[in-house]
Design a binder for this molecule. Structure first.
Ligand SMILES: Cc1ncc(COP(=O)(O)O)c(C=O)c1O
Length: 373
């Protein structure tokens, strides 16, 4: 069974930006169920199901703690950072885009001594660069799998392997890859991994799926974490107490939990591999259709995301004019470039139920007319 069928729910604007992606009618309907309290036994049963489904979609290892933090993808990032760093820890941030930079900033705010491994925006990171930086020693390496600001897929399996070989823990951002690209937390050896609900999974924003390895959890339980972290809201021990031991920590949003549970069920109905393949096929169709109208993507083919396409703005074309006309005249939202890529790229998300050939055709025919205008 395939997941698209978002038309009913997204009859307004067609969301083809960097997120949120369209939310299917199935997921929208799930949110209309009566609100349960955060400690209701029925809610706890739903949370157990969400944990199990998240463990599968992250491909987390045995004993991993997979759950969803209240908040958006940035809350997932902050949960990983808050629980794996302590003031003075030596952290390396791999930065080849806006979100790698956000990771570096966050590590710094939590008191880590941060070394940046900077790479070109629009290219994947060369793992040898990380290896050089690791030679000086590190406790932690943080990286982005799918860099949404540039449309680039980073070689996180290699990066995690290099970090582990030097005894450093790893944080992997899968905000724009989960549900769209293969994600394999256990095979990569990621100690903490996080995502969002509003992209490849196809739910509204508001929860951040995260997963920590059994090792991180057992160290925490054994009290091996040398000092208490600074964050109360994102404290892994307190969140574990809530999700697993049913102790009050905060009042989770029932409709968002229902939406995530249903979105994950849709992912499983489609099948993880089939879903990745749909995202790849749609991306390739988009790249081919762009070529036909004389447009290109920023990253080289082997480094491109399937979920987020960074389209190069042709010389002499006003990026904002085209993007605004797409929205006003065709009801299609796409994103602008960030940082050094502002004005130079459009960011087109083909994710979740938005990843369809019909959407490619609709967008490319609209773009063709607007670029020529
Ligand atoms: C790679 C990446 N990391 C983190 C975030 C932050 O997620 P949010 O905007 O849901 O807080 C985003 C958002 O687009 C992202 O693309």
């Amino acid at each position: 069974m395939s997941e698209p069928a978002s038309a009913e729910a997204s009859a307004g604007t067609l969301l083809l930006g960097p997120g949120p992606s369209p939310v299917s009618a199935r997921v929208m309907r799930a949110m209309a169920a009566p609100v349960l309290s955060h400690l209701d036994p029925d809610m706890m049963a739903i949370l157990d199901d969400v944990r199990a489904q998240l463990g599968r979609v992250f491909r987390a290892g045995d004993g991993a703690f997979s759950f969803a933090v209240s908040g958006t993808g940035t809350a997932g990032m902050e949960t990983a950072v808050a629980n794996l760093t302590r003031p003075g820890a030596r952290a390396i941030a791999v930065v080849n885009g806006y979100f790698g930079d956000r990771l570096a900033q966050m590590l710094q705010r939590y008191g880590a001594a941060v070394t940046r491994v900077d790479g070109e925006w629009g290219r994947a990171i060369d793992p040898a660069r990380l290896d050089e930086a690791l030679a000086s020693g590190a406790d932690l390496v943080a990286m982005v799998h799918a860099e949404t600001s540039t449309g680039v897929l980073n070689p996180v399996a290699d990066l995690c392997r290099l970090a582990a070989a030097r005894g450093a823990k790893t944080i992997v951002d899968c905000v724009t890859s989960l549900g769209a690209h293969p994600v394999a937390a256990a095979a990569w050896g990621a100690d903490a991994i996080y995502s969002c609900t509003q992209k490849g999974l196809g739910a509204p924003s508001g929860l951040a799926p995260v997963s920590f390895t059994a090792d991180v959890i057992s160290r925490l339980k054994a009290g091996a974490a040398d000092s208490q972290g600074r964050s109360f809201y994102f404290d892994l021990g307190l969140l574990h107490d809530y999700w697993v031991d049913r102790k009050y920590h905060h009042t989770i949003s029932a409709p968002l939990v229902y939406a995530l549970q249903e979105a994950l069920a849709a992912v499983e109905d489609e099948g993880h591999e089939a879903r990745w393949q749909r995202h790849e096929t749609t991306h390739l169709a988009f790249a081919a259709a762009l070529q036909e109208i004389g447009l290109d993507l920023l990253p080289p083919p082997a480094e491109r995301l399937w979920s987020l396409n960074a389209v190069t703005v042709p010389d002499g074309v006003d990026e904002a004019r085209v993007r605004k006309a797409l929205l006003a005249e065709h009801g299609i939202e796409i994103g602008a470039g960030l940082g050094p890529l502002a004005g130079k790229i459009w960011r087109v998300g083909l994710m979740g139920s938005g990843s369809t050939r019909e959407n490619v055709t609709r967008l490319v025919s609209a773009l063709a007319g607007l670029v020529r205008r």
